[in-house]
Design a protein around this ligand. Sequence first.
Ligand SMILES: Nc1ncnc2c1ncn2[C@@H]1O[C@H](COP(=O)(O)OP(=O)(O)OP(=O)(O)O)[C@@H](O)[C@H]1O
Length: 392
Amino acid sequence: MSNAPQGLVLNVNQAHPMRLKGAFSCRPGELLVLVGPSGAGKSSMLRVMAGLMRPDSGLMQVQGEVWMDLQSGVFKTPQERRVGLVFQDYALMPHLTAIDNVALALMHLRPAQRRHAAIEWLGRVKLTGDEIHRKPAALSGGQQQRVAMARALARRPQLLLLDEPFSAVDSMNRQALYGLLADLRQALNIPMVLVTHDLQEARHLGDKLVVLDGGEVLQEGAPAEVHQRPRNSRVADLVGIQNRFHGVWLGPGPADGRGQLRWLSKPDDGLDAAGPVLQVLDKGKIPANFPVSWVVHPDALELHHTLPVHRLGDASVEVFPVEVLQLRDLGELSLVELGLSEHVGLRFRLVVSGPQRPGLHRGQSLWVSMNLQSVHIMPKKADQNLVDVSKN
Ligand SMILES: Nc1ncnc2c1ncn2[C@@H]1O[C@H](COP(=O)(O)OP(=O)(O)OP(=O)(O)O)[C@@H](O)[C@H]1O
């Protein structure tokens, strides 16, 4: 057996016609999700992987096979790559039935076998009965996407590329397609790359997130890892972290292994600003008096209707009296904005459900406890137009 890496390994670098830079990998059976704002380069990355775009330089291996090594002049054409592509708009032939659309991908088989195999693939995406004899216009969005999926899989791809496949499908059908994708992931054991604008979808479906911005890979990691420890404040913004704050790193604190973080309401408040000082883990990476961004994972924040006395003696927990500033009910959830009672301008955003929800109202006094071990701090760069408070 070859020692070449299995799954997908990609490394791209180009300056023109648009910038595209970065590397990522995806194991067989893993779903990697590309996220980033419009124009970030998500589709361009897919085009490179599909062989539809040849970058200036780059390397790509799939299941141990080299598909692209531009230093050695290797660039497989789309036809030479065993890649399945699924698009947002399904890209089905409107004049052909579901069976015939899938059969188009089975031209390597004898005509008599094609129909039989197409029906089998449609069955694997849970499309059976009368529907498989219909043309796309007589199928729902979700059903059309199943046909597109069956057609992509019928080529027995070594890599599956999904370009916003769920965005045109209503939410009921979308949930069913998520389930199908989970089943296929196990059955197929090939790397899969999904592009989506939906951050919830990215977080819940992906084994791995790749955050792109300006054509560049900013971070690659498991969704929980990226949400808990975004590499910088741009990543925190792009993955939709709600509780992202400004602060200044004051340096080592009185307790061993802990440093002091002053929470600020504005980035340029400077050292004199009043804000609570949090005793958080000191990883020794940030100089004293340096401006920072910091985030805290929602799981590390707990809402209490009465003072959580049991938390008060715990050095790894900070308890804040808060007031409900805004409350928005969304089905079974409420989005709550809480202002710190003792520090105007500092606020948390929480999603509340279950027993804590009834009785919440604007102006109500509550408490939030924060697990300080889940605070993740990012130094601000000079080019982020933020003042280095050590110079103030
Ligand atoms: N063939 C091309 N020549 C020059 N520039 C291009 C070309 N194709 C795309 N671009 C530009 O490259 C950037 C990345 O485009 P791309 O379509 O990959 O972004 P995206 O992240 O998929 O965006 P969206 O989410 O809007 O689909 C954009 O600024 C786009 O205008």
